[in-house]
Design a protein around this ligand. Sequence first.
Ligand code: 4AD
Ligand code: MG
Length: 460
Amino acid sequence: MNRIKIISLLKSETPRDKITVKGWVRTRRDSSNFSFIEINDGSCLENLQIIADESLENYEDIKKLTTGSAVAVFGNLIESQGKGQLWEMKAKALEVISLAPDSYPLQKKRHTDEFLRTIAHLRPRTNKYGAVFRIRSELSFAIHKFFRERDFRYIHSPIITGSDCEGAGELFKVTTIDFENPPKKDGKIDYSRDFFGTEASLTVSGQLSAEMFALALGDVYTFGPTFRAENSNTKRHVSEFWMVEPEMAFCNLFEDIDLAEEMVKYLAVFILEECADDLKLFTRFVDKNLKSTLENIAQSEFKRILYEEAVEILRKSGKNFKFDINFGKDLQTEHERYLTEDFFKKPVVIYNYPKNIKPFYMRLNDDNKTVAAMDVLVPRIGELIGGSQREERLSMLEARMNETGLLKENYWWYLDSRRFGTVPHSGFGLGFDRLIMLMTGTSNIRDVIPFPRTPNSIDF
Ligand code: 4AD
Ligand code: MG
């Protein structure tokens, strides 16, 4: 008989006979002639309580069941006699699929996140990490739902690329060159003899591809892995992360900001409504203010300020920041957090940044000093979203490429889009892993990624 998942069993409105449940033992308590066994199958936070009594032929084995063992239970779902649960299951047969030895690291006591990171292959079996990864799955779905409801098309931008979208040089190379004996020309490695006939790398952003498709399909988005070889060991940076990148034709910076705000609010509401059980765990054990933070995000109007104004507020704050701030400098996380957590106490959108700290593709404003860029900052995280209106004017774009030292030959296809039917267009990138941090109250990005990749660490 097919197994039934605990998540659907617990929603039952009537008792059910002759069902099969499979899962892993969380705890076992024995009485004189029967045992309570709590099992979890990962489908939801809650366990199912099994009652196994001495009439079962293998009851002696059942009494040896350890935490982490796998079982299949056949029996009836009945109304629970005890407190704490509506339903429990009376076993008619219980098969021990595998017995976990006492060395199983996840015994009952609570473990620190640091310890659980060292056993990332087992941590999804804990309540907290099970909830993190269910929420991660739900939010992925919510993102597709959000865009589909608005007629955006999903584009699969390439992972291997020949261009550096952000121009920051934080690229992981993709190569088949034999480094013991590389092909050389004029003393340098000859990439024309590499696999793709030129230098290639893992993408830092799907934006450039998305732009080409926005200029064909209208509103599009990419949602996939991106890679950055930046050597920053912080709680908000990883080398491999997922980014959601909408790109819209006929759209200016302010419409872009509108979509970003609408999307973050939509996702907060989605989580509050669809993941209430898992969310309760985080509100109880991780961040007491989580629910109110999410409600605040869902309800408040995001504050929109010019970069110039943000700098003024920071300079007048009287705060002793580690990095000082003045016009022309990029904001650090401490500045971003001050603005959103202390000063405005809600999400903040900063726009019109100085051009010298932003990539080549952002649209130059009439002041010739700033570009039509925007960042969305949220409490506890800082930057969640970065986006811009794109430079759609060919000559301006070429000038910016010259200024930033990009070779036009390498971007001939990108420049084509400004030659043929160019239109104002805009988009942004939302860091999906930071979104999960925001929605679960998690403070370290390593704890929302199944197997995080960071400098000097790739154990799993
Ligand atoms: O601000 P970023 O660099 O923007 C872009 O890449 C644009 N091409 C996006 C676009 O307009 N289509 O990155 C976007 C977001 C950041 O706001 C942050 O949330 C996340 O991606 N991010 C990271 N998340 C985790 N680890 C890292 N190393 C990250 N770098 C950026
Ligand atoms: Mg950014």
